[in-house]
Design a protein around this ligand. Structure first.
Ligand code: PEP
Ligand code: MN
Length: 362
């Protein structure tokens, strides 16, 4: 996938002077619910109305979607409001039904992107159509899998492509439902600069109070759009209730967002930015030099442990370091979560260095 420029101009066709907004409920529940929400979103910045018809639930027993009947409700919403309509597809049968019902935008969910067989099946079912297809990141933080999904669709001659960043699962609990791991999405952007990237703050946060903040962060990183789950009565939603907002709150979130310009030719701006970036680069270099020094000390400790035949991992010492660093981190304005992730990485690298010494590896 080298030339992404001409395959991604679909977004320009919207002729928007703001980011693309996709909104609507997590799931279509009833015809009335779908139509009510769609009408509330008409005459707003929303261009595409979303609703899940087939819901991939992590555990069985939850609401698994209304099925094909919901496609008729979406069609009606489109007729009555003029909004384009979007739904998730996970199988060939879903694609066929979505095409029969003139769904405009199809997205591939995070649990489907992880499965190349499923993505391939969807790509073949969509071959040569002019639908807009958006690929959510896989649940696991694997950029290749995400790119692989994109390539499968591209190879099936699907030209209107985009990606949705919805965060990644972690075993450990964080304040997010799905950890954003911004660096993965940034890497996607730098590999495919012309490919529209949309942020899904609803699935990243799992919490309606954090949606504004994550949306702003996405816009600060030049994202092209947002997908925000919106429900007429979020607390009563049949799926993902904690993360859905009302149409009114959606409008207020959107009103408060600051859309940044991609760049500014202004000389003063450019020179100040360059200066700051240089300072950042210099600081990063120093950080790496210091970590390198730390590893040298760790190797000395490894040699000592080898002499005394002591195990590498001493969990009490590790707990002490973590606690102390969290408090120092706090004094320096660094979040607890960051300190834990940073020191886990440092600790892992240290174990690796000690292992080399103890086992005489180079
Ligand atoms: C959804 O958009 O409702 C959904 C199921 O999302 P994801 O695939 O990101 O979990
Ligand atoms: Mn959802």
């Amino acid at each position: 996938m080298t030339d992404t420029k001409n395959i991604t101009s679909w977004l320009d066709d919207f002729q928007l002077n703001h980011p693309l907004i996709i909104a609507g409920p997590c799931s279509a529940e009833t015809e009335e619910q779908v139509l009510k929400i769609a009408h509330e979103l008409k005459n707003s910045d929303v261009s595409i109305f979303r609703a899940g018809i087939w819901k991939p639930r992590t555990r069985p027993g939850g609401f698994e979607g209304v099925g094909a009947i919901g496609l008729k409700w979406l069609q009606k919403a489109k007729q009555e409001t003029g909004l384009l309509i979007a739904t998730e597809v996970a199988t060939k049968a879903h694609v066929e039904l979505a095409l029969e019902h003139d769904i405009d935008v199809l997205w591939i969910g995070a649990r489907t992107t992880v499965n190349p067989f499923a993505v391939q099946e969807i790509a073949e079912a969509l071959e040569n159509t002019d639908k807009i297809v958006l690929i959510k990141n896989p649940v696991n933080p694997d950029l290749s899998l995400w790119i692989g999904g994109l390539e499968r669709l591209h190879n099936a001659n699907i030209k209107k492509l985009g990606v949705i960043h919805r965060g990644f699962s972690t075993y450990e609990k964080t304040k997010y439902r799905n950890n954003p791991e911004w660096q993965i999405a940034i890497e996607m952007q730098s590999r495919f600069p012309d490919l529209p990237i949309i942020c899904d703050p609803s699935h990243i946060t799992g919490n309606r109070n954090m949606i504004g903040q994550i949306s702003q962060q996405a816009l600060d990183l030049n994202y092209d759009g947002l997908m925000i789950e919106t429900h007429i009565n979020p607390d009563e939603a049949w799926s993902d209730s904690a993360q859905q907002v009302t149409p009114d709150s959606l409008k207020s979130i959107l009103k408060n967002l600051k859309v940044r310009k991609e760049s500014d030719e202004d000389f003063d701006y450019v020179s100040r930015l360059t200066k700051f970036r240089t300072q950042i680069d210099e600081t990063d270099e120093k950080v790496l030099e210091i970590i390198g020094k730390r590893m040298k000390i760790v190797e000395e400790v490894g040699a000592l442990k080898k002499e005394k035949n002591v195990a590498i991992l001493q969990s009490q010492r590790w707990q002490e370091i973590l606690e102390k660093m969290q408090s120092i981190g706090k004094e320096n304005g660094l979040s607890e979560d960051f300190i834990i992730r940073l020191f886990k990485a440092v600790h892992q690298e240290s174990i690796h260095h000690q292992g080399k010494i103890i086992n005489n590896q180079s």
